[in-house]
Write a protein that binds this ligand. Structure first.
Ligand SMILES: Cc1cc2nc3c(=O)[nH]c(=O)nc-3n(C[C@H](O)[C@H](O)[C@H](O)COP(=O)(O)OP(=O)(O)OC[C@H]3O[C@@H](n4cnc5c(N)ncnc54)[C@H](O)[C@@H]3O)c2cc1C
Length: 299
């Protein structure tokens, strides 16, 4: 299904993001995890793409296998920095042939010097424009940054640029991870002021360890770790307790977001779906289809 249609038909969507594993053991573990998530009725899942095409084959394989073996709706991430138009065209044609209709269109981070570089696409806006022109059948998601992106010239130009991505044909926005819902709500309101009227899915990543927290800080350089969260992590007595703190914090975020009628929750799982599952368990949610909130802030 197209994610645009799903967003129109569901009050609050739930989605999970995976990356293509490198080892056979990793693939087996991932499909075991996905089997545990299926009963929750996720609205869709998404598969990341290594910047510069480093996971091109594995991303395609994972997208194809999830769609074929589970019947779940899949969005394939696609980054464009360092790729030629021909490469992008081949990837989109291949997905088209196997019935994939959802692309998360991204610029990606600059590729390392040893990888072939190419400046045919400079940013996500150019990729979206290309997809809309040559592959009009795709539903397109784009990234948004409640706390700003390090490359933004300033916070006003950043919103104008996000609006340009939506005007070029993006159907929805998935945000970078955040730990304080006020940042997300303010982002949604600023989007409304800027005339951006597509659904904004909230990116949530439960902390599972101190190490994982450091990785998250690196991955989402602008994401703020609130003092209350840092204090709770410091108080945790052992690694298992850090995970419990992370699950509790994320569960509170998700509960509050659903109460505010968020368009969707997008879990960055880093292929550790257990924490996302525990968040749903904590909230007493066994099936996400049809859950409703109150109010009308973000949709
Ligand atoms: C939900 C999500 C999924 C992701 N999945 C992947 C993945 O699978 N693989 C991967 O490698 N990376 C992924 N990323 C990371 C992403 O590739 C990086 O954050 C990258 O640095 C920016 O990509 P983008 O598509 O947001 O770029 P763009 O939208 O092109 O630009 C990023 C930011 O730069 C600024 N900017 C750029 N051009 C302009 C302009 N002309 N005027 C004003 N501001 C401008 C804006 O602040 C903008 O938000 C993901 C990020 C998110 C939030």
């Amino acid at each position: 299904m197209r994610i645009g249609e799903i967003l129109k038909s569901q009050k609050t969507t739930i989605s999970f993001e995976f990356f293509p594993p490198k080892t056979r053991k990793g693939w087996r573990r991932l499909f075991d995890d996905i089997a545990q998530l299926v009963p929750l009725n996720p609205s869709f899942v998404s598969v990341t793409y290594g910047a510069g095409g480093t996971t091109r084959q594995r991303t395609h394989e994972l997208v194809e296998r999830i769609a074929g073996e589970t019947g779940l709706t899949v969005a394939a991430h696609l980054t464009c920095l360092g790729s030629t138009e021909e490469e992008v065209q081949q990837i989109l044609t291949r997905y088209n042939q196997i019935g994939i209709r959802n692309i998360l269109a991204l610029r990606g981070d600059p590729v390392s010097p040893e990888l072939k570089t190419n400046d045919q696409f400079k940013n996500a806006l150019e990729l979206i424009t290309y997809i809309r022109t040559h592959f009009p059948d795709y539903d397109i998601g784009v990234a948004g940054y409640p706390e700003g992106h390090p490359d933004a010239p300033n916070r006003l130009a950043e919103l104008d640029y996000l609006k340009a991505k939506v005007d070029a044909g993006a159907d929805y926005i998935v945000t970078q991870l955040f730990f304080d819902n006020r940042d997300y709500y303010d982002f949604c309101e600023r989007c409304i002021v800027a005339g951006i009227d597509v659904p904004i899915l909230a990116g949530i990543m439960p902390i599972i360890s101190i190490d994982n927290m450091r990785k998250m800080a690196d991955l989402a350089k602008r994401s703020r770790f609130p003092a209350g969260l840092l204090r709770a992590v410091q108080r945790a007595q052992g690694p298992e307790c850090v995970e419990r703190v992370g699950v509790h914090w994320a569960a509170e975020q998700v509960r509050d977001l659903i109460d505010h009628n968020v368009a969707g929750i997008h879990f960055f799982t880093l292929n550790h779906s257990n924490a996302a599952l525990k968040v749903c368990e904590t909230l007493g949610i066994q099936d996400f289809s049809g859950i409703t909130g109150a109010g009308n802030i973000c949709k």
